[in-house]
Design a protein around this ligand. Structure first.
Ligand SMILES: [Zn+2]
Length: 438
């Protein structure tokens, strides 16, 4: 018998592989933070002696979900301004609130609140874009969750930086600090084509090539954005970004509700990724990203929630269901975006978009043990004929019982192991009371 760290026995293991496997009565052997083996439970019990054994007899073990677009700290603005169009929401509510309230303590508590919510929802990795990326990275590291932290850039001065040079310099310092990290990756995060001018975008292009880091950006979020760009510059935003050299395999283009056929071809030819945020797009009435068309064209499409101020949660189970339903009604075809494909978008496709699919995004030998246990033994989830269907159409995040990142258990029976939730709630209430006063 081989001695290992952890052995997880489960009713189902859903690796999210090419064959859409759903393995019954299987176990996952974990050692040194990595998946050592996936095998039938009977064999596992003979082959491995583990320090920790988990019995998940009514559960499915799935890869940790990857939320491919967040603004984590904005959890503290959840429910602050709703039922507004994007530009009204941004210009008259969110940007003024940010100007008044954002500081290191805000980002610390907001990010901790977001990570607590994400872990309890089965998310093991998030792709963030916000001010004080150094704080976001530190909070994520301290808690033990995986993250790609966006090095934000926007043309106007904020509490984080005064001008594009300062945004880039401070971003590069965060990149340097986390270069060797197992959990934290960085990406440039220019906010959007309408908030970032050509000069810093050219610098980002050069630096992203040089340092081999991705570019995470909101693009073609609304028809209004595209119309305004055409009016002001004579070009659609994607054309401008292409001329600046930014359409590349490292591009994570978020939203993309407005795409012409030749623009889809451009993305295919350059191997760029699209991040679909269906609930934010529906809530802000931004438009619909044609996921079916993009996927059929060969584009990798990942899934994200966007912020808690435009969603208003970070629930990837809800997002999976919304993505499936929106795709079906918008194409008037119930066969569009089946459950297996939606689960891929929330796991392996996210890992590909973030450039981390070599070591996470699916349950495979050698990959990091980023694993979620989903309990199907509830009134709301019985009976179970097809576990993958359940994950997308039936389960909610309340069914998530346990979560591991790099083999470390961060959630046990729905309780967070590395977050002081009593203090977190107090901090959250204190800051929201201050926001309410102003
Ligand atoms: Zn966003």
């Amino acid at each position: 018998m081989k001695n290992i760290d952890t052995l997880l026995h489960a009713r189902w293991v859903i690796p999210v592989d090419e064959k859409h496997s759903c393995l019954e009565d299987h176990s996952i052997a974990i050692d040194d933070g990595k998946i050592l083996d996936i095998l039938p439970t009977q064999q596992a019990k003979v082959r491995y002696q583990a320090n920790t054994v988990g019995n998940h007899e009514q559960h499915a073990l799935i890869p940790g979900l990857i939320n491919s677009h967040t603004h984590a700290a904005m959890n503290l603005f959840r429910g602050l301004a709703d039922d507004l169009h994007l530009m009204d929401w941004l210009e008259n509510h969110i940007w003024p609130a940010e100007a008044k309230h954002i500081n290191e303590a805000f980002v610390h508590t907001g990010t901790e609140l977001a990570i607590a919510e994400m872990l309890r929802s089965g998310t093991t990795c998030f792709n963030d874009m916000y001010f004080y990326p150094d704080i976001t990275a530190k909070v994520a590291t301290d808690i033990g969750i995986r993250a790609s932290v966006g090095l934000i850039l926007i043309d106007f001065p904020t509490v984080w930086a005064n001008n594009s040079d300062e945004y880039i310099d401070k971003g590069l310092a965060v990149f340097d600090h986390y270069k060797g990290s197992d959990l934290i990756k960085t990406a440039f995060a220019p906010h959007a084509p309408y908030t970032v001018s050509d000069k810093p975008l050219k610098q980002i292009r050069t630096l992203s090539d040089e340092l081999e880091i991705s570019v995470h950006m909101h693009i073609h979020e609304t028809a209004f954005e595209v119309e305004q760009a055409v009016k002001n510059t004579g070009k659609r935003p994607l054309q401008r970004l292409h001329e600046l050299g930014l359409i590349s395999p490292g591009l994570q283009a978020v939203h993309m509700t407005q795409l012409l056929d030749d623009e889809i071809e451009l993305l295919v030819a350059n191997g760029s990724h699209v991040v679909h945020c269906p609930e934010s797009n529906m809530k802000l009435a931004s438009g619909i990203c044609d996921v079916n068309k993009l996927s059929k064209a060969g584009i990798n499409v990942a899934l994200g929630t966007d912020s808690s101020s435009s969603n208003n949660d970070l629930d990837m189970f809800g997002e999976m269901r919304s993505a499936a339903l929106l795709a079906k009604i918008s194409t008037m075809d119930a066969t569009t975006l089946p459950a297996e494909q939606v689960l891929q978008m929330a796991t392996i496709n996210g890992a590909k978009a973030l450039g981390i699919d070599e070591f996470t995004g699916s349950l495979e030998t050698g990959k990091s043990a980023d694993i979620v246990a989903v309990n199907f033994d509830s009134i709301e989830t019985l009976p179970v004929y097809n576990p993958v269907s359940h994950l997308v159409y039936c389960c909610s995040r309340e069914n998530v019982s346990d979560v591991w990142v790099a083999g470390k258990q961060l959630l046990t029976d729905n309780s967070l192991n590395t977050i002081d939730t009593v203090k977190l709630k107090q901090d959250c209430i204190r800051i929201s009371d201050e926001i309410r006063k102003l």
